[in-house]
Design a protein around this ligand. Structure first.
Ligand code: SAM
Length: 159
């Protein structure tokens, strides 16, 4: 299975980099994993609603350019669907069973994801009603995807 994580904005924090690298390494035993980091648009505090939409749209175009037609897209969004780790594992297993070998998880920038990206997404995923910074979201996501593969293999994992 090919898993890509498409994110807006740079990963700057060293402690997060180390954590993500570790989980990417572990996950590589189960799937081909690629992280695609795309540039963010400048989004100062004083933007109008229209300008904010423009920022999301521009970022969204970059994201959509990276997604092939045969990819199953899961958009990370606070208002998305909440799932348990077991449910995410089941979903990944179901996709593999139906021959969907490419999954892309999308993490937005500081203003979130554009409507166009949300429309392209086959599914959405919320990790709670709380807002996480995109860099931390990346770490949480790779850990949960790793956990999902371990669950699917019936391998031991910390509860
Ligand atoms: C700083 S957040 C953006 C917050 C923005 N105000 C919004 O409402 O989407 C950056 C990205 O991290 C992801 N994210 C943050 N918190 C999340 C959560 N609880 N569940 C799922 N994704 C989340 C989303 O992809 C979001 O676009």
């Amino acid at each position: 299975m090919n898993i890509s994580i498409i994110t807006i904005g740079k990963l700057k924090e060293k402690y997060l980099k180390q954590g993500i690298e570790e989980y990417v390494k572990r996950l590589s035993a189960y799937a081909k994993i690629e992280i695609i980091e795309l540039a963010d648009e400048k989004a100062p505090e004083n933007l109008s609603v229209a300008e904010m939409e423009m920022v999301k749209e521009k970022e969204g175009i970059r994201i959509l350019e990276k997604i092939s037609d045969d990819t199953h897209v899961i958009a990370l969004a606070i208002q998305g669907k909440m799932k348990s780790s077991e449910e995410l594992a089941k979903e990944i297993d179901r996709l593999a069973t139906y021959g969907k070998s490419k999954i892309a998880f999308i993490i937005g920038g500081s203003l979130g994801l554009s409507d166009q990206v949300m429309k392209r997404a086959n599914d959405s995923l919320s990790f709670s009603k709380m807002t996480f910074p995109h860099q931390l979201m990346r770490l949480i996501l790779v850990e949960q995807v790793y956990r999902a593969f371990r669950i699917n293999r019936g391998e031991p994992y910390h509860k």
